[in-house]
Design a protein around this ligand. Structure first.
Ligand code: GDP
Length: 366
């Protein structure tokens, strides 16, 4: 039997994995034209859904983009830069110019110093091996910063195609939907096409007669916290609104629990403030360091949740990393969850995070 392909994007039609390319509900197989759910939604609702990809898809994507002309917009989630910056970006896109667009700015406190943040993002990108032409701070949901970014795209693309690249969940679909609204203004201007010989199904949105905005599939970063928690837990840890910093004055030998998903021990140093940036819905518990283990054993899944009782199995055990901080304001980052800002000054902390999610330090941008 010949494999059926989507007439929009060329992906092989399948009915079993909704978040993979080519997914179509059984009930829609007989319809004409045959479209995967993603193309169907795009065509009828102007709504783009993200798809995740396998390693083979990833390599195939690399070989398709690398040697083409054009520019790249790399979207990252400002609340999880470590988890969403793509270290292999140069390998995927070659030497095209890259604009870094930091999305979900609406989640950061309004008092955030934007210049400092922009500078910090440049450095963070550089350290990840990604050299960027420019950094833009945006909110796809609210539309903030979108007009400056679209102007920059027009400048940098020099009449060529634009590739939108990001990990899953950075808000790529929301971003593209906003761009479509801005650039076309009509609901029916979208066409879908595909690069022949692939199962990937890139979606192209025409920019002019010859060039397009190309939505690449979301790249999966296995270090992202999202892969280690249940959907209901993810709802709790993902901030939906501006994050309100929570301040704890800690003495040494005190600990903080962030739900039951992370923990920070203040091991050694002078009393100081720990400013916590997490989803407002995530409960933070303060305890004495010598009571912390017992609290965890007795209350994980209850007082210390998420993980909730039903997702405790899914969440890996916490692994401890010790850090010695210098005399500089530093963020201790729990990727995908949030961060804690400490003034520093020769202190020692131990950060505990689920195995596979690596805690890191960065110079504070607040
Ligand atoms: P994709 O997987 O990269 O396509 O991401 P989506 O567009 O599906 O967005 C993932 C989640 O992030 C959704 O819950 C969106 O509502 C949310 N999101 C996207 N853009 C923004 C933004 O600018 N601000 C906030 N607060 N949330 C956003």
């Amino acid at each position: 039997m010949e494999a059926m392909v989507c007439q929009g994007c060329g992906a092989t039609i399948q009915t079993s994995e909704p978040d993979k390319p080519g997914y179509t509900p059984e009930s829609a197989i007989e319809k004409e034209p045959l479209l995967c759910q993603r193309c169907f939604r795009l065509k009828h609702y102007n709504d783009i859904q993200d798809v995740s990809m396998t390693d083979d898809d990833f390599l195939s994507m690399v070989s398709q983009i690398r040697n083409k002309k054009g520019m790249v917009v790399h979207l990252v989630d400002i609340f999880d830069v470590d988890g969403t910056i793509i270290k292999s970006l140069p390998r995927i896109v070659g030497d095209k110019p890259v604009i870094l667009a930091a999305n979900k700015m609406d989640l950061l406190p309004k008092s955030t110093n934007r210049n400092k943040l922009t500078k910090w993002l440049r450095t963070a990108a550089k350290e990840a091996g990604v050299s960027v032409e420019a950094v833009y701070l945006i909110s796809s949901v609210k539309g903030h910063g979108m007009s400056q970014l679209t102007e920059a795209i027009e400048d940098y693309r020099k009449g060529e195609d634009v590739y939108i690249v990001g990990t899953t969940n950075v808000g790529k679909s929301t971003f593209i939907n906003k761009l479509i609204q801005r650039t076309t203004g009509t609901s029916n201007a979208i066409t879908t096409s595909y690069f022949p010989g692939t199962t990937l199904g890139f979606i192209e949105i025409p920019l002019d007669d010859n060039n397009a905005l190309i939505d690449t599939p979301g790249i999966v970063n296995r270090q992202q916290m999202a892969h280690y928690v249940s959907d209901s837990d993810l709802k709790v840890i993902t901030p939906k609104k501006e994050v309100k910093p929570r301040v704890y004055q800690l003495n040494n030998e005190q600990s903080l629990y962030f739900g039951g998903l992370a923990r920070l021990d203040f091991v050694k140093g002078e009393r100081q403030s720990f400013v916590c940036y997490f989803s407002n819905e995530l409960t933070i518990h303060r305890t004495k360091l010598d009571k912390a283990d017992k609290l965890f054993e007795e209350h994980r899944g209850g007082l210390l949740s998420p993980p909730g009782p039903e997702s405790m199995e899914k969440t890996p055990q916490l692994i401890a990393h010790a850090f010695r901080l210098e005399a500089e304001k530093t963020d201790i980052v729990f990727p995908g969850l949030g961060w804690v800002t400490v003034p520093g000054g020769d202190i020692t902390v131990t950060a505990h995070s689920p195995k596979g999610v690596q805690v890191s330090l960065r110079k504070s941008f607040t």
